[in-house]
Design a protein around this ligand. Structure first.
Ligand SMILES: NC(=O)c1ccc[n+]([C@@H]2O[C@H](COP(=O)([O-])OP(=O)(O)OC[C@H]3O[C@@H](n4cnc5c(N)ncnc54)[C@H](OP(=O)(O)O)[C@@H]3O)[C@@H](O)[C@H]2O)c1
Length: 250
């Protein structure tokens, strides 16, 4: 059986870098995103190993089923990468539309895509689901409210999948990156590129290639090895003290 990877969110960032790295190792690819023109240009660059480019909003449950069911049974690696953070407002000010988008994409979309190709992996007794969680699923920060909660879901969904998949030989990994340089912050700040770029001033974040390297490493290990979680930060990022409010009276 050929190595065929389905990558969601392959039009940018981690997904695009993972596509490049997997092709360099001889993998065949099915690429998914909403911006089809970007997928097509990646296909032009990467050549025949890209089997298909699918214009798809992962939040659209019926469309996901329709577009991906022909690939069920053929996919050996699912990189569940499509996702986003929108906004950084405190919970009482946050836009509920932003929260809906994060829940719909990071939680519901990820489950729809998983469901569309998982039964084929189980039947073949071969496959690997690599989810893109985040350190935000484990560590709290102001304004991380709903985004962090969606990534906590991804972490728990990943380990629960492992429980369901016991004995099936299908692997599941949750990759949990920290501060990284992709289009992620542009999306979070809704196109305010200046604000997004300022985050990276005088810092050395992880690159999309760093994360792609870890995804490809997990996927290339012998089949009896399952990396459950992989938490990765740039050296410039670490942990802070838990703050104490001294004047709130609570
Ligand atoms: N960068 C970070 O600091 C960081 C840290 C930890 C975790 N992550 C996670 O890593 C994953 C990839 O993010 P990134 O940093 O590579 O950001 P990015 O450069 O903005 O890429 C996000 C990708 O997701 C796709 N996407 C978003 N909504 C989609 C939808 N509804 N349907 C289909 N595709 C959709 C986008 O494609 P289209 O817009 O073309 O649809 C794009 O290809 C996300 O799950 C993110 O939460 C990022």
């Amino acid at each position: 059986m050929d190595n065929i990877a389905l990558i969601t969110g392959a039009s940018s960032g981690f997904g695009e870098a993972t596509a490049r790295k997997l092709v360099s190792k001889g993998w065949q690819l099915v690429l998914v995103a909403r911006r089809i023109e970007r997928l097509k240009s990646l296909q032009n660059e990467l050549g025949d190993l890209v089997l298909d480019c699918i214009e798809l909003d992962v939040c659209d449950r019926d469309a996901v089923k329709l577009a991906l069911s022909p690939w069920n049974g053929k996919i050996t690696l699912l990189v569940n990468n499509a996702g986003l953070a929108v906004g950084l407002d405190p919970a009482w000010d946050a836009d509920l539309d932003d929260w809906d988008r994060m829940v719909d994409t990071n939680i519901k979309g990820l489950t729809y895509v998983t469901r569309a190709v998982l039964s084929g992996m189980v039947e073949n007794k071969r496959g690997h689901v690599i989810n893109l969680g985040s350190i935000a699923g484990s560590y709290n920060y102001p304004g991380g409210n709903c985004y962090g909660a969606t990534k906590a879901f991804v972490e728990r969904f990943s380990t629960n999948l492992r429980a369901d998949l016991h004995g099936s030989k299908v692997r599941v990994t949750n990759i949990e990156p920290g501060f990284s340089y992709t289009e992620f912050s542009k999306v979070r700040f809704k196109g305010d590129d200046e604000k997004a770029e300022a985050l990276y001033d005088n810092a050395t974040p992880l690159s999309a290639e760093d994360i792609a390297e870890s995804i490809v490493w997990c996927a290339s290990l012998p089949e009896h090895v399952n990396i459950n979680r992989l938490e990765i930060m740039p050296t410039c990022q670490s942990f802070g003290a838990l703050p104490i409010s001294r004047d709130a009276g609570a």
